[in-house]
Design a protein around this ligand. Structure first.
Ligand code: ATP
Ligand code: MG
Length: 564
């Protein structure tokens, strides 16, 4: 491709709302353009990268025995009602009606759709196992679209679904997908970790997340020797506390102490001595969750415990707090009218300071069992610095990353609700066992840029680079230079490389800036020594300009093609 023809409107500056490197550079390098919040178009260079990633995904999925299909992006409401997810997905789902008032959604994922597709036509154990996938645009009305294509509202996802006769089969299919995912992300060249995941809205059993490491990532990984989990899932073991005799209850006046900080400093007590109450409305019913005052609630764990999606859990307003018999900032576990849930650590703490459910008062020396009781949830705490990995003396370490892939063992959740069964060898009807497997294709574009960039621009790995080689002709109006540029261009294309020729009538400085910005891995500069057939050569990674003759150039490119 010649740059004089390529639609590549690069920008000197990134728009204000672009916060992280990948978002800025993809905009500046003319890979993407924003049409609305979280909605992007791909320009020629960007779309080439998308297709490179798609192709790697496709090859490895095919190799693993999955078969590609394409289902429509529009999905009927009924199948989502059958699984109960029409409501469960909540505001994240884009819903629409046709002219006959029939309801549809723009698919955010497709467990229901694939299960519905196969349910009437897969009848016998002989047709299983089966693994189908698609690379299709997905729609999610994210609460906080951000970081460009990293958290978009329209994005490309490869989603695959496996169908097996039993749990063993499901686990085998799962392992095959796990292995295929490692191959995919290895081939792309991402630095990533695989961690135990949070099951979120999918429901089901085991899951793993593939997380590309990046300091700007939204995901937090808690890890140690031989252990890694998302912060959502990392188990918190609250430290043991020394035994204490239970003391007399005592009401204390604590003016203006609505937060744990305020109570603990007013009374001169440790935060861990104060009981933190968090007031929620869960599906419109009052629920108060209690945890030690030095900790935070992990909402993913609470959602898991309640079995309720995020959008059905809200903070109580002052009116609602009043109606359970309390006051905002002074909620305690004694004498209120709500469902009470305690993190298991609370039952082991002694002589706690708890809200008195009246303005400006707390109660000292409250003890679980003697003074209050309720449901005990094993672990609702957010992991933090200093926590130990369960069963060890090792503290968690933390790092950030971007979730690029996610695999789930679904069990029979969807097959049961949608009625996907098969007849076994004895002619007996059995439920199908499923797994689902996602790769964020467009998010992976952002993840690669996040890992491979410098101050001047993107440094694409060869695996997904929009083009392999760029030839910059210093003076477009110099016939010798242009002729040599074209000669090398044609030669490289005939050798199978994907090549850009910068034949634009621009200053060399402009061309070099663009070249760095768009990040083509292998670079040739044709300049003054064109008549001697000598050019300059460098890689984007090392920027090590050297003079080189043509013969040598081609063998150098062959080597660097394998190493970049
Ligand atoms: P997240 O926790 O980041 O919201 P998720 O758990 O909702 O992700 P899945 O439902 O497992 O994501 O979707 C599979 C893959 O699709 C994810 O691993 C991710 O790579 C990609 N993905 C999910 N949401 C988005 C989005 N809003 N924009 C771009 N890619 C996304
Ligand atoms: Mg999500």
């Amino acid at each position: 491709m010649k740059l004089s023809k390529l639609y590549m409107p690069t920008l000197r500056e990134a728009p204000q709302d672009a916060e992280i490197a990948s978002h800025k550079l993809l905009l500046r390098g003319a890979f993407i353009r924003k049409s609305a919040s979280g909605i992007y178009s791909y320009l020629p260079l960007g779309y080439r990268v998308v297709r490179k990633i798609e192709n790697i995904v496709r090859e490895e999925m095919d190799r693993a025995g999955s078969q590609e299909i394409l289902m429509s992006a529009i999905q009927p409401k009924e199948i989502w009602e059958a699984s109960g997810r029409w409501d469960r997905f909540g505001p994240e789902m884009f819903k629409l009606k046709d002219r006959h008032e029939r309801e549809f959604c723009l698919g955010p994922t497709a467990e229901e759709y694939f299960t519905t597709l196969i349910k009437d036509e897969v009848k016998s154990y002989k047709q299983l196992p089966l693994n189908l996938y698609q690379i299709q645009t997905k729609y999610r009305d994210e609460k906080r679209p951000r970081f460009g294509v990293n958290r978009a509202r329209e994005f490309s996802m490869k989603d695959a679904y496996s169908f097996d006769i039993d749990p063993e089969g499901m686990k085998k299919s799962y392992q095959e997908m796990y292995d295929a995912y490692e191959k995919i992300f290895d081939r792309i060249g991402l630095e990533y970790v695989v961690v135990e995941g949070d099951n979120g809205a999918m429901g089901g059993n085991q899951s793993h997340e593939f997380i590309a490491l990046a300091d700007t990532g939204e995901g937090v990984i808690a890890y140690g020797t031989g252990y890694a989990a998302t912060a959502e899932k990392a188990k918190v073991v609250y430290p043991e506390v020394p035994d204490e005799e239970a003391r007399e209850l005592e009401e204390v006046h604590t003016p203006n102490t609505k937060t744990i900080e305020e109570v603990s400093s007013y009374l001169g007590e440790e935060k861990s001595r104060c009981l933190k109450a968090v007031d929620f409305m869960v599906q419109e019913k009052p629920v108060v969750v209690f945890i030690p005052g030095d900790r935070e609630i992990n909402m993913a764990k609470l959602e898991g415990y309640l079995g309720v999606p995020e959008h059905e859990i809200e903070a109580m307003n002052d009116e609602q707090i009043k109606s359970i018999g309390s006051v905002q900032g002074f909620t305690g576990p004694m004498g209120i009218d709500a469902r009470l849930i305690f993190d298991s650590s609370v039952a082991r703490l002694h002589n706690l300071i708890v809200g008195a459910n009246k303005e400006d008062y707390h109660i000292k020396n409250a003890n679980y069992g003697r003074d209050f009781e309720g449901e005990i949830a094993e672990d609702l705490l957010e992991v933090k610095e200093g926590d130990l990995i369960e069963g060890t003396n090792e503290e968690y370490k933390f790092r950030r990353g971007v979730e690029v892939g996610n695999i789930f063992q679904l069990g029979t959740k969807y097959s049961e609700s949608i009625g996907a069964t098969y007849l076994d060898q004895n002619g007996k009807e059995q439920i199908i066992w499923m797994g689902s497997y996602g790769v964020g294709v467009t998010r992976t574009v952002a993840a690669v840029v996040e890992q491979f960039n410098d101050d001047d621009g993107i440094i694409w790995p060869i695996s997904v680079a929009p083009y392999h080689v760029i030839i910059t002709v210093m003076k477009a109006n110099d016939e010798t230079q242009m002729a040599l540029g074209e000669e090398i261009y044609n030669e490289l294309i005939s050798k199978g490389y994907e090549v850009l020729l910068d034949d634009r009538n621009e200053r060399p400085g402009v061309k070099f800036k663009d070249r760095d910005l768009i990040g083509i891995p292998l670079r040739i500069t044709v300049g003054k020594k064109a008549d001697e057939k000598i050019v300059e050569y460098s890689t984007r990674r090392e920027k090590n300009n050297v003079e080189i003759e043509l013969g040598e150039l081609y063998s150098k490119i062959e080597v660097d093609f394998k190493n970049n």
